[in-house]
Design a protein around this ligand. Structure first.
Ligand code: AHR
Length: 509
């Protein structure tokens, strides 16, 4: 295979890439909340009202658009009233999903909303359908968002918060087919309609309600949820939001083994490198297939698809609590992320939001903190998110790839180059991932439709496939400027190092 070409029509913008596909997820799981986001006011770790200052600072650079909380599986065990009022009087509970530890509820609604304000991010609250009541969910949204002297607004004020918060996103259950109640989809679809009805819009706060959706390729789940809407195909309502919920979710995790032995985060063969990337690439197919089901019932695309859990799920780091899901994060995780993000960009017409699991110390984290020293490390995945901030709310551009080498994988031919692009105003951003474990690759950017008057590029790579950052070597995998970009008679020519992620920023005339 001689040359790879990426043809991009810079003057043909496609659907907008919602910044919300760069969303995050914080569950009461292991050291995500406690030790990760929240250390308490008395900690030696610098904090603001108990929230780690270094974590906030690192995440602000990602401009994280929304944060999902309190779970995951934990959400369907969570009763929000346990997490309000004086901390020393809050009831305890057992976190039965994650380590069977006792949760003291010291991080609750006020602490979470405080965190969102510090991060400058939108709240995505995940409501309890599995073990909670309709009234409980209804009162939570009233507590959060009501402005007047309603009972819940009064209670909030008594707990120290006068102004209502904004809560744009609300999850109706989580994994209802599993930890969220082991329900049949027909049963859940009815509950989703019912619970959503009582998540009301108070005081001008418009809620976008997201019903717990399918796992992997469970198209039946998506289909039944779509059938539960009333006539989505009426042309006269094409621009109206769907109801009573407005989106369905999808969960998909990347691993190289079965659930019982998902693979090591750091000790893997070249074959496992490719297997992980092939399975990451599968997200594109999932979005196509779920999207086709949705298109059938919803031709005007009024219902959003929200991938509110995705990422790598490896065996826990040796010596750590198996219930805490703490794993390392290598260059391979970074490329799994870039391949997913390309898929979200390509499906911008339907994918309105996504949340990588999870932000700190759990699964494919952005940040890892050392439990002893408190040191904070930015992971390779963090850097992909930072390099991609230019895609937030930009218009997608189609990238037609030619001459891409492939590798025969487990179930498909894996293209060894992944790409996506977007444009906003006088700029464009091109993302290029070279999945090849051994060889570099030159890509010609055939740039059409607008003149390019300037460019710069950055690269994320490392000597080894499993290179990762530690407190001792925090920048072993960190982006640097890429000089290997040359003018070409079709536009530009970029040389991607082996196993690398590259972004090319273009200034347009
Ligand atoms: O992200 C970890 C867990 O994975 C979540 O709690 C659950 O929703 C999923 O199974």
């Amino acid at each position: 295979m001689d040359q790879t070409t990426a043809i991009i029509d810079l003057d043909l913008p496609g659907p907008r890439i919602s910044r919300h596909v760069y969303g995050h997820f914080a569950e009461h799981l292991g050291r995500c909340i406690y030790g990760g986001f929240f250390v308490g006011e008395d900690s030696d770790v610098p904090n603001e009202r108990g929230i780690r200052t270094d974590v906030v600072e690192a995440l602000r650079a990602l401009r994280i658009p929304n944060l999902r909380w309190p779970g995951g599986c934990f959400a369907d065990d969570y009763h929000w009233r346990d997490g309000i009022g004086p901390r020393d009087q809050r009831p305890r509970m057992v976190n039965s999903h994650w380590g069977d530890v006792v949760e003291d509820n010291s991080f609750g609604t006020h602490e979470f909303m405080d965190l969102c304000e510090l991060l400058g991010t939108d709240a995505y609250i995940s409501g309890n359908v599995g073990s909670g009541s309709v009234a409980e969910m209804s009162e939570w949204i009233e507590y959060l968002t009501r402005a007047d002297d309603s009972p819940m607004a009064d209670l909030r004020r008594r707990n120290g918060r006068d102004e209502p918060w904004k809560v744009p996103f609300f999850g109706i259950g989580n994994e209802a087919w599993g930890c969220g109640g082991n329900l049949r989809v027909e049963q859940f679809a009815s509950l989703a309609r019912q619970y959503s009805t009582y998540v009301r819009n108070h005081a001008g706060n418009e809620v976008y309600r997201i019903a717990a959706g399918a796992s992997d390729a469970d198209l039946h789940w998506t289909e039944v949820l779509m059938q539960s809407f009333d006539a989505l195909d009426r042309p006269e309502e094409a621009d109206a939001p769907a109801g009573p919920f407005q989106a369905v979710s999808l969960h998909y995790y990347t691993m190289t083994g079965p659930w019982a032995d998902k693979g090591s985060a750091t000790e893997f063969s070249e074959d496992e490198w490719y297997l992980a990337l092939e399975r990451a690439r599968y997200m594109d197919q999932l979005l196509t297939r779920h999207g086709q089901v949705m298109d059938h019932y919803d031709p005007h695309r009024r219902v959003g698809l929200v991938v509110d859990e995705w990422g790598t799920w490896w065996n826990v780091e040796p010596g750590t609590n198996p219930g805490f899901l703490y794993q390392q994060n290598t260059l391979r995780d970074a490329l799994v992320a870039s391949v997913h993000l390309d898929a979200f960009h390509r499906h911008a017409e339907r994918v309105v939001m996504a949340n990588i699991a999870q932000t700190v110390n759990v699964l494919q984290a952005m940040l890892l903190t050392d439990p002893e020293s408190g040191a904070l490390v930015r992971t390779p995945s963090y850097h992909v998110f930072e390099m991609n901030t230019g895609h937030h709310d930009a218009d997608s551009l189609e990238v037609h790839l030619q001459g891409v080498p492939t590798r025969t994988g487990e179930k498909s031919e894996l293209p060894l180059v992944s790409a996506s692009a977007s444009t906003r105003g006088g700029t464009a951003l091109v993302s290029l991932t070279n999945l090849d474990a051994q060889a570099g690759r030159t890509v010609v950017l055939d740039l059409r439709g607008r003149d390019v008057v300037g460019h710069s590029a950055r690269v994320l790579s490392a000597p080894g496939l499993a290179t990762h950052n530690t407190p001792e070597a925090p920048d072993a995998v960190a982006p640097v400027a890429l000089d290997a970009v040359r003018p070409h008679d079709r536009g530009l020519e970029v040389t991607l190092p082996a196993h690398s992620y590259v972004t090319v920023s273009l200034t347009l005339a």
